[in-house]
Design a protein around this ligand. Structure first.
Ligand SMILES: *Cc1c(COP(=O)(O)O)cnc(C)c1O
Length: 426
């Protein structure tokens, strides 16, 4: 039988760089042919060969209800009939803004945009505009989209300014970006002691999902808050992944920390291009058209995307939603740990709400460098073993996993059984 994924990949590579519109989809880290998805329903999607997979990426987070939730489909269909885009304000944008603010108490005002990259980039500009400062602090392994100033890795030595991680980003553009090690209190103290008066903001994934799954320790997160307050810098929680995913109030709810600005995306669009950033009124009113910080978007607050986001937020706000999701995710994580233990494999895993990570090592890593000590070949064997058995996890060891409300106990049990089978054959 001809593999339809191979055929599509060949066609795609002729017209799209690498055959994909976002790099991780290309399977470069794990090798093999990416699966071209035809359709999805509930916890599953089907590739071009009509093979079914239990989906643990959920479009990298947004599909928290599973695919094709009837209430969301209905809201989107209704919105489409009313028009795709107007470039003029709508009542639905107010409704979505009100819904977001009601669930994220640290935000008094919000601006809607179309992608997480755009939201993080705009929050950064706002922080610099509002403070009149240049320096920004970020952490190795945290991803905040692909804006120039944020595509940077640590330089050599402690608390130094970073080096670009992409061609096309001149060193001058990242010369104000300080890159620190995640969970390293000493470096954090040093950075603020040296540069505190110049720091506009500290941006962090407080539960990091772009270096697999690594939590900021409570002490570290608390110290970020204290140092920002003490030095007049803004604390920005990038909750594009964790917002409405680790809990109804995001990582800030889990940690009990109030950031100045919050960046949202993924779940708030329910699978449509929608993201947001927000915070206190006095800061948000620095944005155009009221203030001097410019930001705009032709499709911002798109009527179809806002309908999708609103319907999604309505479902996840129902009582007990996160308790059930967290329990299911915990069952998966505990089951995988037990399967690895039974087969004598080094393994550990963690989860919060509907987000999880697992590691082919006994300790839970505290930073990016430790995550990257994972044995690539072992991870790739596990990835392809699961894929063959109809389980689709992220095709890179530094990505988190996602469980949706549509995953059944049988799906979870089948996933654990597949993993155990692979561990046994090691
Ligand atoms: C996905 C992600 C982004 C970028 O969002 P896009 O919609 O892909 O541009 C930014 N920050 C975090 C934490 C993310 O997980």
């Amino acid at each position: 039988m001809t593999d339809q994924n191979d055929l599509l990949f060949e066609r795609a590579r002729a017209v799209i760089p690498g055959g994909v519109n976002s790099p991780v989809r290309a399977f470069k880290a794990v090798g093999g042919t990416p699966r071209f998805i035809q359709r999805a329903q509930g916890a599953y999607f089907w590739d071009a060969n009509d093979k079914r997979y239990i989906d643990y990426i959920g479009s990298w987070g947004p599909m928290i209800l599973g695919h094709g939730h009837p209430a969301v489909v209905e809201a989107v269909q209704k919105a489409v009939l009313e028009g795709f885009s107007y470039g003029a304000p709508t009542e639905r944008e107010i409704e979505l803004a009100e819904a977001i603010l009601a669930l994220v108490p640290s935000m008094e005002m919000v601006r809607l945009v179309s992608s997480g990259t755009e939201a993080a980039m705009s929050a950064l500009r706002l922080a610099r505009g509002a403070t009149g400062r240049k320096t920004i602090v970020k952490f190795e392994g945290c991803y905040h989209g692909h804006a120039d100033a944020l595509l940077v890795k640590a330089g050599s030595g402690l608390a130094t300014f970073g080096n670009p991680t992409s061609a096309g980003v001149p060193p001058e553009v990242v010369q104000h970006t300080l890159v620190l090690e995640y969970n390293n209190l000493q470096q954090l103290e040093e950075a603020f002691a040296l540069h505190g008066k110049d720091i506009a903001c500290l941006m962090i994934e407080a539960i990091a999902g772009n270096m697999n799954f690594v939590r900021a320790t409570p002490a570290f997160a608390k110290r970020c808050r204290e140092l920002c307050t003490q030095h007049g810098a803004l604390l920005i929680f990038d909750e594009v992944m964790t917002g409405f995913r680790v809990g109804l109030h995001g990582a800030q709810g889990v940690l009990g920390i109030t950031p100045d600005l919050t960046v949202l995306g993924k779940v708030i669009g329910g699978g449509m291009p929608l993201a947001a950033f927000g915070g206190p009124r006095a800061i948000m009113e620095q944005l155009a058209p009221l203030g001097p910080v410019y930001q705009a978007g032709t499709l911002s607050g798109n009527p179809v995307a806002t309908a999708c986001g609103l319907a999604t937020l309505k479902e996840i706000s129902k009582p007990g939603f996160y308790e059930a999701l967290a329990k299911k995710t915990r069952t998966l994580v505990d089951g995988l740990k037990a399967a690895a233990a039974a087969e004598g494999q080094p393994f550990n895993a963690d989860s919060e709400g509907g987000m999880f990570g697992f590691f082919l090592m006994n300790e839970l890593p505290q930073n990016y460098a430790t995550v990257m000590t994972t044995d690539n070949a072992q991870f790739n064997a596990l990835f392809h073993g699961l894929l063959d058995r109809g389980v689709y996890i992220a095709p890179a060891l530094y990505e988190a996993g996602f469980v949706s409300a549509a995953h059944s106990e049988d799906d979870i049990a089948a996933t654990i059984a597949a993993a155990r089978d692979i561990f046994r054959k090691r």
